[in-house]
Design a protein around this ligand. Structure first.
Ligand code: P6P
Length: 278
């Protein structure tokens, strides 16, 4: 898998440059979920596909920005599901965004995930690779990703990142979020999944939630490209991820763009979610 991590690093350097200097306008196209695509969404997807095409061990890729899977090398082994530029609409207001990758073997179910990677394009470019552990790297002046530290979550955290439209929350969800704030947790939510989840990981823990709502009963975030990869990161960092009742990594999508309600956090906060939704 080392060659895959190296390809992601090369992509990240090229995408960072596109973010800083390219046109952030909208294209005329929509992705499979109906989101109007930014030119940067499409350019980031092209960059990543170009880098992955050079790697014989990759059998197939599937991108949030494409309707269907893309076969790469028939003799390949790995399957990669990825979101090339998550939260790209935040670039217009100069907030941090990211790329998310899930590396699968034998299928795209949670149980097939063997590694995940994400990149944060913020004041600094940071890369996190989860295999047996969660390792964090930062881009230096020579365009090298330098290892900084392993990321480990505390049993209980201090940050609360409540996503989606509050007026569409179920009453039990609203009560849970209000109770968490009443316990002194601080609100940390930018609307970018990657920086929001990265912050909770680096600050020792808390809860990120994107629940089932009346306007999105199956949630908004995509299992293969976003939810599985971060569920893997949070579990390897010592925390957990559920859909309210089930462990996220026990789920199997029917279609590549399937979404799921999702909660990511330290163990204490995940237990609080399970109790609320039991
Ligand atoms: P809401 C960005 O569009 C995104 O897909 C995730 O990065 C983010 O967590 C979520 O949507 C934000 O959605 O409904 O809270 O604005």
């Amino acid at each position: 898998m080392t060659e895959i991590f190296e390809a992601i690093k090369k992509s990240a350097i090229r995408i960072r440059e596109a973010i800083e200097f390219d046109d952030t306008g909208y294209s005329e196209d929509q992705n499979a979920t109906g989101d109007t695509q930014l030119k940067l969404d499409i350019k980031s997807d092209i960059i990543i596909e170009e880098e992955f095409r050079k790697i014989p061990s990759i059998k197939e890729i599937v991108s949030e920005e494409k309707n269907d899977k893309t076969p790469l090398h028939v003799e390949g082994h790995y399957l990669i599901g990825y979101d090339p530029l998550d939260g790209s609409s935040l670039i217009d207001v100069n907030l941090s965004v990211g790329s998310i990758f899930g590396i699968y073997e034998g299928g795209y179910a949670g149980k097939n995930l063997i590694a995940s990677v994400y990149v944060v394009y913020g004041p600094r470019v940071e890369l996190v690779i989860a295999t047996d552990k969660v390792r964090m790297y930062r881009l230096n002046k020579s365009d090298e990703f330098v290892y900084l530290k392993d990321i480990v979550l505390n049993e209980k955290g201090k940050l609360n990142a409540p996503g989606s439209t509050q007026m569409c929350w179920e009453p039990k969800h609203k009560k849970m979020i209000d109770d968490i704030f009443a316990d002194g947790y601080r609100l940390r939510y930018s609307g970018g999944m990657v920086p929001d989840l990265h912050q909770i990981l680096l600050k020792g823990g808390g809860l990120f939630s994107y629940p089932s709502t009346s306007d999105a009963p199956k949630g908004k975030l995509r299992l293969i490209f976003e939810v599985f990869p971060f569920a893997f990161v949070y579990e390897k960092a010592g925390g957990g991820s559920v859909d309210g009742k089930n462990r996220i990594l026990d789920l199997t999508p029917e279609h590549p763009h399937d979404t799921s309600p999702c909660f990511f956090g330290s163990n204490s906060e995940v237990q609080r979610v399970l109790k609320t939704y039991e």
